[in-house]
Write a protein that binds this ligand. Structure first.
Ligand SMILES: *Cc1c(COP(=O)(O)O)cnc(C)c1O
Length: 405
């Protein structure tokens, strides 16, 4: 295993006591308590119950009447989606290098290999032009299959991840996927509520995966969902994630399954949170516009802005340090300064082609992702973030980047 400074990031010392401004904490301001109470009073707490059905129906309806299967986590949803897409041992899946590690891990759970794709400079999302170039110039077709010339492996699916609340540029990806008969799986874990050219994220491809982890826009404490317009895939997702039980009287299992179902307790919280989804998105967009107003005036910083074809949820507001202007500041320095002051900023992820966990994976480009990783910082973006805390964040960023000598 290689040991780079990237892989040995340590926690900086923190100020004892004092006011903490978290990065993205849950906001439980609706019917969570009432619904949880109902679970306990009715004794429906486990993986069956009316809140599980209601949660699936609510999310499915929200995403244009699709079938939704509630699962234990977003990572479980990604694993299940890949299985539905027929991804298996020795196959390859295209996904961005600049993302949280969960989708790459899910690819590996199936025995397949990730092919990492660099990001676009403007949106930081997976670059569709690199995907097209790879398929057109570095793959061959054999009996309807797509084979990577360099590895001899079958390419099965494309897994775009809408990072930070902003959609990927999906149309070119969907066009290429159609030409090459590849399944497209959207990882919408960070971007429920976002829109691409007026279409909701989560409805754009064959399958979408959601997460209801505590730091996401809406939470169930933990949880995930697979969403698809194919009923047969939804049925199979349900089957695979309940231990592939064929006959539930005689306990006959015809294949290897998983215990990936969500509990009624979690779904109860999820139902209450879905009632607040629009409110949460509006709150995050408000925070973003406050940050944007102030940060636009600072010459060493760019605000992570939505593309003109996108409506971002600004799940996490982010800034990028530029080399323009006379003063420049190191991202790590700004980050550690703010963390010491109990302001929980966070860098983007180590690009996955550099991750020791996914060593020796193929990557298309990668320099843009690394440059973005080096210069971008996510700012506190909790739904309930007080405006005086937003001011504190802006002041701290400004002091470090503008008034240096
Ligand atoms: C959070 C997240 C996931 C995983 O969700 P869990 O519910 O934590 O398993 C997957 N993909 C992305 C991009 C995420 O941010």
């Amino acid at each position: 295993m290689t040991t780079s400074p990237e892989s040995t990031m340590s926690e900086e010392p923190r100020k004892e006591g004092g006011h903490v401004i978290p990065l993205a904490e849950p906001h439980l301001g609706g019917n969570e308590w009432a619904y949880l109470k109902e679970c306990v009073e009715t004794n429906w707490v486990s993986s069956a119950g009316s809140f599980v059905d209601q949660f699936e129906a609510t999310v499915g309806d929200y995403l244009g009447g699709r079938h939704a299967v509630a699962l234990a986590s977003g990572t479980a949803a990604l694993h299940t989606a890949l299985l539905l897409a027929g991804v298996g041992r020795g196959d390859e899946v295209l996904l961005p290098t600049l993302t949280f590690i969960a989708p790459a891990n899910a690819v590996r759970y199936t025995g397949a290999h990730p092919v990492f794709v660099d990001c676009e400079p403007e949106t930081w999302q997976m670059d569709p032009a690199l995907v097209a170039e790879f398929l057109e110039e570095r793959c061959r077709r054999e009996d309807g299959e797509v084979i990577n010339e360099a590895t001899g492996r079958h390419v099965r699916a494309i897994l775009p991840v809408h990072i930070l609340g902003h959609p990927c540029d999906m149309d070119p990806l969907l066009d290429i996927a159609e030409d090459y008969d590849l399944v497209v799986i959207e990882d919408a874990a960070e971007s429920l509520g976002a829109e691409y050219k007026g279409r909701k994220v989560g409805t754009l491809a064959d399958i979408a995966c959601l997460s209801f982890n505590g730091n996401k826009t809406v939470t169930a404490g933990g949880g995930g969902m697979v969403v698809t317009d194919r009923k047969s895939w939804a049925d199979r997702a349900r089957y695979l994630t309940t231990q592939a039980k064929h006959d539930d009287v005689e306990y006959i299992h015809n294949e290897i399954g998983y215990n990936y179902r969500l509990t009624n307790l979690q779904a109860a919280v999820g139902c209450a949170q879905m009632e607040e989804l629009n409110t949460h998105v509006e709150a995050k967009r408000e925070i973003a516009s406050h940050y944007r107003r102030e940060i636009e005036a600072m010459e060493t910083l760019d605000f992570f802005e939505e593309a003109n074809w996108a409506r971002s949820t600004y799940w996490l507001s982010a800034i990028q340090l530029t080399s323009q202007g006379k003063k420049s500041v190191d991202r790590r320095e700004l980050q550690s300064h703010m963390r010491k002051e109990n302001v929980h900023v966070r860098p983007l992820w180590q690009p996955l082609h550099k991750s020791p966990a996914h060593e020796n994976s193929m990557v298309l480009g990668g320099a843009m992702a690394q440059a973005t990783r080096n210069t971008a910082l996510c700012l506190p973006s909790s739904v309930g973030l007080a405006s005086r805390d937003q001011e504190t964040v802006i002041e701290m960023v400004g002091q470090k980047t503008e008034n240096r000598n």
